[in-house]
Ligand binder design. Structure first.
Ligand code: GLY
Ligand code: MN
Ligand code: MN
Length: 504
């Protein structure tokens, strides 16, 4: 495998997290002032804990809890972090590590080091939380703590508010913080955008390496392995944003293939499509990229038909994106473009608006068009308070129904899949059977699916594609037969205008 084109892992300035704290303070103070509340108390978050399995002392590689990472950038487990709402001071609480730690896990970092490294006002030990917060509290009465408690609209689970010895001595607010902090994460800063761009740059490059080295006869996990190697070896990305989906043949119709029960272990056959959904993470910020291509390097006419249907949807959505545009409308646009292509290709028959009314688009694209991306692959904030998920097929899978705003980062990931569990009922239903050209569609059973996924930054008057992978059929075929990427003498879909090194 050839080395990287010159990317190197950037130093991450801790101002990124100091700025995030400032942003939270501004929003929180404004909200308190609007409701005529006193500006006092502390935001308190508990960071993630290292996990061991119950039957062994083996420790899983720790990855920080996302809200805590956003505010403090702390890599280690077992921390708490507080922000004094009146003074703006930031306080970290580090675990008091046993002397044994130095034998097995390395030197114990002094509190002064942690203070400098994480750019906070002061650092204490976790067992001092209650005393320190009481001492720092400058108003009368029980000190007030704003704890993180709120619903994640994707997982439908609630975040766990901080717990510590002595919590009963504080007044608790569980309502205010979560929506405000979530909203801070939705709109990205320059430094956050630069990190997401870096994760995209190295992941795009790794996708190209995989595309170039894919051969009939390989195993799916070898494609995964090439991606992991490139993004770690050349990009310093130890974590991925999510488990790699390396699906070929019929597996590419399994939306979240690659899990433990379907572990990317099929052998690639001549004539297969590959659907590779893989994204690296760097300093907590991620990427989420899907490339689809024929494993033998040459598109058949059926593969071209489905691929171009999805590519047109991807490109038409990107061309329509700008602040104020509704994401539900973008989802429907993608569905419509795909249905029109399937009709042109002779797979579907009839009126496309009629198909839209019958929600036929969701038979071919059952997932949502895209989601916010940041510290989490499915970044939170997709539904504002009071917004309801739609109930209809396809639309109910949308992870956001919001209008686009400048500096949101959102994936555009239309797909077209031939999933028996959806297709067969639709082909046999009295409502929708008339739309299927039964003779032609049979040819596509077992085809699998195509997804094309790019990460978009919403700008003042449009959007910028942060992903840079071959997308046109001629680009993919050229790269798979050894051409450099970007192709010589053609413009590509990315401008590397945001470079973290320039921002430090
Ligand atoms: N890779 C998961 C997703 O595309 O949402
Ligand atoms: Mn995605
Ligand atoms: Mn994805």
């Amino acid at each position: 495998m050839s080395p990287s084109s010159g990317l190197s892992p950037p130093q991450v300035p801790m101002e990124l997290h100091a700025n995030n704290r400032e942003k939270l303070l501004r929003s929180l103070r404004q909200r308190l002032a609007e409701s005529s509340r006193r500006l006092h108390g502390f935001v308190l978050l508990q960071g993630g804990e290292e996990q061991t399995r119950y039957d062994t002392d083996h420790i899983e590689l720790f990855r920080q809890e996302s809200y805590f990472a956003y505010l403090f950038g702390v890599k280690e487990p077992g921390f708490y972090g507080a922000i004094d709402i009146s003074t703006g001071k930031s306080i970290l609480f580090a675990p008091r590590l046993p002397a044994e730690y130095a034998v097995w896990l390395g030197k114990i970092k002094p509190l002064t080091y942690l203070k400098e490294n994480y750019m906070v006002s002061i650092v204490y030990f976790v067992d001092e939380i209650a005393r320190v917060l009481q001492d720092h509290y400058q108003s009368s009465g029980k000190p007030l703590l704003f704890l993180l408690h709120g619903l994640n609209t994707d997982s439908n689970k609630f975040s766990k508010p901080a717990e510590f010895e002595g919590l009963d001595e504080f007044e608790i607010d569980l309502e205010t913080l979560h929506p405000i902090l979530t909203e801070c994460r939705v709109i990205k800063s320059e430094l956050e955008i630069a990190l997401i761009q870096y994760a995209n740059d190295i992941s795009s490059e790794a996708h190209v390496e995989v595309m170039r080295n894919t051969k009939v006869g390989m195993k799916e996990y070898q494609l995964e392995s090439m991606f992991l190697h490139h993004s770690y070896m050349y990009g310093g990305c130890r974590h991925c944003s999510y488990t790699c989906i390396c699906a070929t043949g019929d597996n590419s119709a399994v939306l979240h293939y690659g899990h433990a029960a379907a572990p990317n272990d099929r052998t690639l056959e001549d004539g297969d499509m590959a659907l590779l959904d893989m994204g690296a993470e760097y300093h907590f910020y991620g990427s989420d990229i899907t490339c689809s291509f024929p494993v033998n390097g040459k598109f058949s006419s059926d593969q071209s038909l489905i691929y171009n249907a999805v590519l047109d949807a991807h490109n038409d959505v990107i061309a329509a994106m700008k602040p104020g545009v509704s994401w539900v409308d973008m989802h429907k646009l993608a569905e419509k473009v795909i249905l029109e292509s399937l009709k042109r290709g002779g797979i579907l028959i009839g009126d496309v608006d009629d198909m839209m009314t019958k929600r036929l688009g969701a038979v071919f694209m059952p997932h949502g068009l895209g989601h916010f991306l940041g510290i989490d692959t499915h970044d939170p904030g997709g539904y504002l308070k009071g917004m309801q998920r739609q109930k209809e097929p396809g639309l109910k899978s949308l992870r956001t129904c919001r209008e686009l705003e400048e500096r949101m980062v959102i994936t555009v990931e239309p797909g077209c899949y031939f999933i028996d569990a959806l297709l067969l009922p639709a082909m046999n239903s009295s409502e929708t059977s008339k739309f299927f050209n039964q003779g032609v569609i049979k040819r596509f059973q077992g085809f699998g699916g195509v997804r094309i996924e790019s990460d978009m930054l919403v700008t003042a008057d449009g959007c910028k594609n942060m992903t840079n992978c071959p997308r046109e059929i001629h680009e993919i075929e050229a790269v798979m037969s050894g051409a450099p990427w970007p192709l010589k003498n053609t413009s590509t879909n990315v401008g590397n205008s945001l470079n973290i090194k320039e921002l430090i």
